[in-house]
Design a protein around this ligand. Structure first.
Ligand code: PEP
Length: 249
């Protein structure tokens, strides 16, 4: 059985003080929850402070991106090692906003993913089609390419240690959620593809989260689907009350 993973992507929101306050509230509200893995992903500048607040609790900390080198002349970048030192256990890689605005490609996703795995930083890799892709009927082709190219070269063990977040781009921050059936269809497609590219045991073990306007009102129907193993949540993760409801779906 796969343990659901509920992760909050705080995006470029919350000052350090605000992030610490939100983390403290969340910590209280979800104390004692054991049947769900809980992660919050603040901005880089707040990772250390949030990790200090959450140390020893059931809420883990992730960063929202990383670079694949350890250190050097890469102005503006932050390495996985630095994030781990600051207290991050997880890292989001290839979020659609990074693909859309910052030139992230399946190739850069693959480099970051391999680096994260090699140092023990647990990756959450985002995939998903745009509205144009969906309307053109190319959802499976696009998502399939993201899996084949983004995860190329991973061993079965590495694949099992990688969380996938299926996030249809048209559903992110738009209030439009994929229906449970639409989401399940892509999740099942991705799981089958992993079985083909690796093996069934790996496919059965891998966590595939849904992301895209997930909120307390739709979380239960999405997570009732056999291949949906949790959520990566933006907007609804910014308030402790709604995040608590998502965790306690
Ligand atoms: C996200 O940022 O990964 C996301 C799914 O955002 P939202 O929940 O706001 O759609």
């Amino acid at each position: 059985m796969r343990t659901p993973v509920i992760a909050g992507n705080w995006k470029m929101n919350k000052t350090v003080a605000e992030a610490v306050a939100l983390a403290s509230e969340i910590k209280e509200k979800v104390a004692g929850v054991e049947n769900v893995k809980i992660i919050v992903c603040p901005v880089f500048t707040a990772v250390k402070s949030v990790a200090d607040v959450l140390k020893g609790t059931n809420v883990k900390v992730g960063a929202q991106d990383m670079y694949w080198e350890t250190s050097g002349a890469y102005t503006g970048e932050v390495s996985g090692e630095m994030l781990m030192e600051a207290g991050a256990e997880y890292v989001i890689i290839g979020h659609s906003e990074r693909r859309q605005y910052f030139g992230e490609t399946n190739e850069t996703v693959n480099k970051k993913l391999k680096k994260a795995l090699s140092i023990g930083l647990k990756p959450i890799v985002c995939i998903g089609e745009t509205l144009a892709d969906r309307e053109a009927g190319t959802t499976e082709a696009v998502v399939g390419k993201q899996v084949k190219e983004g995860f190329v070269g991973l061993t079965a063990e590495e694949m099992k240690g990688t969380i996938i977040a299926y996030e249809p781009v048209w559903a992110i921050g738009t209030g439009k959620t994929a229906t449970a059936e639409q989401a399940e269809a892509v999740h099942a497609f991705v799981r089958n593809l992993i079985a083909q590219l690796w093996d069934k045991e790996t496919a059965d073990a891998v966590i595939i989260q849904y992301g895209g306007s997930m909120k307390p009102e739709n979380v239960a129907s999405l997570l009732a689907q056999p291949d949906i193993d949790g959520g990566l949540i933006g907007g609804a993760a910014l308030k402790a009350d709604s995040f608590e409801k998502l965790v306690k779906f």
